[in-house]
Ligand binder design. Structure first.
Ligand SMILES: [Zn+2]
Ligand SMILES: [Zn+2]
Length: 274
């Protein structure tokens, strides 16, 4: 079974110190078939001073890794784009004018609030925050669908669909996504129509949650709606987390009716059997 970790970070992200070579060594030691480095493109104006996407630096690191490990491991150059509705006119030209293997679209901000800033949650409880977050995810998916109708395809994967639960656990000691089935359905349908592949992000399994993002019931629902393949991502920010929980994640996909892993190389999707 060929497993690819298509969501992980390196020292080119502001929240990671990892030398990319350490990520590759860990992937090799686990027997992964490949990894794609997806450092952050954070685009909220308050984050610009500290968050810069060093395309040339990452491209050089990827080229070095390919020389060193390319015969044993696929090394992808990816990016994790933070969805900011007001900034898309800056984001799209950047993404469309650079070469990537995979482009993730992730929602970290919702309605002007950052998930990771506690004060931004003022006035919200867990249920209201979860709802507002999923509405932002649906808007992101609809935005991608609208682009597709214009013949544009800048994004491949929707990152961590229900990341909000990690923060409701942190702030309110609870998470509840099942009551939002209808909007989850709408997100999944929009993804299918937009050809935006939802990721199963396994980072929550090593943090505070008993399930990945999204959970097994969402995977099953995606398969019921016609989804055939998803991606797996560790969202590692340090090398020991690369490929973490991947066997478990692959088993969960199979049990949910998803029998193939979507793998992106040079922006082309090829599905491999799980
Ligand atoms: Zn993210
Ligand atoms: Zn990430």
């Amino acid at each position: 079974m060929a497993l690819y970790d298509q969501h992980l970070h390196s020292r080119f992200s502001v929240d990671s110190d990892t030398d990319p070579v350490e990520n590759a060594r860990q992937a090799l030691s686990l027997g992964l078939a490949g990894l794609s480095i997806t450092d952050h493109l954070d685009t909220h104006p308050t984050e610009w001073p500290i968050c810069r996407y060093d395309y040339d630096g990452i491209a050089a690191a990827v080229a070095g890794l390919r020389e060193q490990f390319g015969d044993r491991l696929f090394i992808g150059h990816g990016i994790e784009v933070c969805y900011q509705p007001e900034q898309m006119s800056r984001i799209l030209p950047f993404v469309e004018s650079h070469r990537f293997d995979i482009v993730l679209l992730s929602v970290h901000w919702f309605g002007g609030r950052a998930l990771h800033v506690r004060e931004h949650w003022d006035g919200l409880d867990a249920a209201a925050g979860t709802r507002a977050y999923l509405e932002a995810v649906l808007s992101a998916a609809r935005f991608v669908l609208e682009l597709k109708r214009q013949g544009r395809k800048p994004f491949d994967v929707l990152g961590h669909l229900d990341l909000v639960k990690r923060y409701t656990v942190r702030y309110f000691n609870t998470f509840e996504v099942r009551s939002q089935r209808e909007i989850i359905d709408e997100i999944l349908r929009t993804c299918l129509e937009a050809e935006l592949v939802p990721e199963v992000n396994l980072s929550s399994l090593r943090q505070s949650l008993p399930e990945p993002m999204p959970a097994d019931w969402v995977i099953r629902r995606y398969a019921e709606l016609g989804g055939e393949a998803m991606t797996l991502g560790s969202d590692a920010h340090s090398p020991e987390h690369v490929g973490a929980h991947f066997k478990e994640g692959a088993a969960m996909l199979r049990e949910g009716g998803i029998r193939r892993l979507a793998v992106f190389k040079d922006r082309c999707r090829e599905d491999v059997d799980l």
